[in-house]
Ligand binder design. Structure first.
Ligand SMILES: Cc1cc2nc3c(=O)[nH]c(=O)nc-3n(C[C@H](O)[C@H](O)[C@H](O)COP(=O)(O)O)c2cc1C
Length: 362
């Protein structure tokens, strides 16, 4: 079950970067959800590469529904969604088959699978598999809509350039107005320039994505091992290049006093809320009714044109490697919609476990 996630809303990821296709199977999707190929396509289009800052590999990524949706409604049977791999050039990967790229999964995959793994384009470890995550996310978001839960994500840092905190309205409004998916339009250009600069230097940069879930009711999460934060973290850490996840005040809470970090309770319009949200919407692994706020560290792309030391796994000798081929200079902008998707998939599973989303949508 290593390629599956979720208890009731279960997604199974399949495909490789240079294989025939990548996609997802959703088992446990309630029947009666109205959904079209266009709606799923809109989400998938948000992770497409943007000129100058992303890979030059341009895939059409036309969503195909293979099963589980009939006459515009989910049927309750497994939903299989995929996109074909068309713009494939494996030549650069054949040349470095035995030269693991520093920072990539080439070495661990080679060792674990005895060299049988499909190494072309990073194979199973390519960011390309996240097209399947996003397709599942499109369905999960639609199901969450039924109970008024909204999931958003935006870039808050790239290459050390930090965005000013923005309200939900501005995030909704601005994120897809710029190629770096940043709600702070003042720094978005600076981020684009920083990416262009490192690209010229044959290098790469990383950054931070923030995910937010709104209107999550109190009570989602199954302590002690299926906590809401544990499962959201697991889903997000499955996104290639994600190396850190924090909720609310996260790592900075370690340096605070209890009196600073505690979110005090109060009553607003008859509802119990907290005055601050250092908990990021989760206490004891259970949603507390405040927005769920997760910040996600995305590392700089490992495949870079700068020459680096590696080893030849066949000859067992040291060699230098300058990675060629087509790569994202900064993964952060493309990871934004993927973070949204993984939050949505996890929340959908927990909402179903709590009985908030029925097996048949009427
Ligand atoms: C949308 C997306 C695009 C990516 N593009 C690239 C890329 O062009 N080149 C690259 O080396 N890694 C890319 N990655 C990251 C690698 O797949 C990842 O670093 C690698 O599998 C090793 O896994 P880890 O970084 O999680 O340890 C991308 C990741 C995502 C989510």
């Amino acid at each position: 079950m290593e390629n599956s996630l979720g208890r009731l809303f279960t997604i199974t990821s399949f495909g490789e970067s240079h294989g025939r296709c990548v996609g997802v199977i959703i088992d446990g999707c309630p029947a009666g959800l109205a959904i079209t190929e266009e709606e799923i396509q809109r989400e998938v289009d948000k992770r497409k590469p943007e000129a100058n800052i992303s890979t030059k590999r341009i895939e059409e990524d036309k969503v195909q529904i293979l099963s589980g949706i009939f006459n515009g409604f989910t049927t309750g049977a497994p939903v299989c969604l995929l996109v074909w791999n068309k713009d494939v050039d494996s030549s650069e990967y054949e040349k470095i088959r035995f030269l693991p790229r520093p920072g990539h999964a080439d070495y661990t995959a080679f060792m674990k699978y005895g060299g049988f793994n499909d190494f072309r384009g990073g194979g199973r470890f390519s960011g390309r598999i996240t097209a399947g995550f996003v397709m599942a996310g499109a369905i999960a978001k639609k199901l969450l809509n039924l109970i008024n839960i909204e999931v958003l994500a935006h870039t808050i840092e790239i290459g050390g350039i930090k965005a000013e905190p923005k309200g939900v309205e501005e995030i909704r409004e601005n994120v897809y107005k710029n190629v770096v998916r940043c709600a702070d339009l003042r720094v978005a250009d600076e981020m684009v320039k920083a990416i262009a600069k490192v690209a010229e230097e044959g290098d790469s940069i990383g950054g931070i994505v923030e995910g937010i879930a709104l209107n999550v009711p109190v009570g989602l999460g199954e302590p002690v091992f299926d906590t809401l934060e544990g499962d959201i973290a697991k889903a997000i850490l499955a996104i290639p290049a994600v190396k850190g996840v924090e909720f609310g005040s996260g790592f900075s809470s370690a340096g605070k006093r209890g009196s600073e970090n505690n979110d005090r309770f109060t009553i607003k319009n008859g509802r119990i809320v907290t005055l601050t949200n250092n908990a990021g919407g989760i206490l004891g692994g259970i949603s507390n009714g405040m927005p769920i706020v997760v910040r996600v560290a995305v590392k700089p792309t490992s495949s870079i044109a700068k020459t680096q030391e590696t080893v030849d796994l066949e000859k067992m000798e040291s060699v230098s490697l300058a990675v060629k081929g087509r790569h994202d200079v900064c993964i952060v902008p493309r990871a934004v919609v993927v973070v949204e998707a993984m939050m949505a998939v996890t929340l959908c599973d927990f909402a179903m476990r709590a009985g908030l989303i029925p097996r048949v949508i009427q």
